[in-house]
Design a protein around this ligand. Structure first.
Ligand SMILES: [Zn+2]
Length: 248
């Protein structure tokens, strides 16, 4: 009995030591493992703080954003509320810095000016002009983008020529009411008949006929065809890029 007790005791001592050792090892492993995620957690805890900080900024920014949206809505409503003048709709002036040169208009060697359009319309016009050229038709841009100040001068000149603003408005839009302000409208002529620039005879030229047959393929249409619902007098030379959604 005694012998077996001591022998079992002898066995129990290393066994308990082994168990204790295992427990300690296990504790050390667990501690190591728990420490590792602990070193990982700081970084997610850092990223949330990074993620959190912009969100309050974003939640703050909505307050400045609505005023930024609000004026554009107001401006639009102002435009739509603004009634047409002598049949011409109001238009805001496009950004002159954005306009690109589409060609020059000249008479003889004395007078020359450069005409511009908004890039999208300019590209479409160039394609159209070259497509016409391939068919022996010479389309020349006469007048593109115009500032409100440019239009003021033109309109004043027309008032002097025609005798009254009402009569002037038959041939020219009042300042602030021209499609030319947008940079998406262009007056065109036939290079073979310079005398027909901005006249009704332009409607008899090869260039005009070509435009009637093909302009829509390039995104252009007559703004003021004969008997247009807007009541503006017929302008065979005046074309607009209908892909621009700002026209009324
Ligand atoms: Zn025009």
């Amino acid at each position: 009995m005694n012998k077996s007790f001591w022998s079992s005791f002898r066995f129990l001592v290393p066994a308990t030591l082994l168990v204790v050792g295992l427990i300690l090892n296990g504790y050390a492993i667990v501690k190591f493992l728990t420490k590792k995620p602990a070193t990982v957690t700081p970084s997610p805890s850092v990223t949330p703080t990074v993620l959190v900080s912009p969100t309050p900024e974003k939640t703050i920014s909505p307050s400045p954003t609505p005023p930024a949206i609000a004026p554009s809505i107001e401006q639009k409503s102002v435009l739509t509320l603004k009634k047409p003048k002598f049949g011409h709709f109001p238009y805001q002036e496009g950004d002159a810095q954005q306009m690109v040169i589409i060609g020059s208009y000249a008479t003889g060697a004395e007078y020359q000016r450069f005409e511009k359009l908004a890039p999208e319309a300019a590209l479409a016009l160039m394609k159209m002009i070259y497509a016409a050229r391939d068919e022996g038709v010479w389309i020349v841009p006469v007048s593109g983008f115009r500032t409100i100040a440019d239009q003021k001068q033109l309109f004043q000149y027309q008032i002097q020529r025609q005798g009254s603003p009402e009569k002037a408005a038959k041939v020219s839009a009042p300042p602030g009411y021209s499609e030319h302000h947008t940079g998406f409208a262009i007056d065109l002529t036939d290079g073979n008949f310079p005398k027909k620039d901005i006249t009704y005879e332009f409607a008899e030229t090869k260039a005009f006929q070509w435009l009637i047959d093909n302009a829509d393929k390039y995104g252009f249409e007559l703004s003021f065809p004969e008997n247009n619902p807007q009541g503006v007098s017929y302008e065979p030379w005046h074309w607009r890029f209908f892909k621009y959604d700002g026209f009324q």
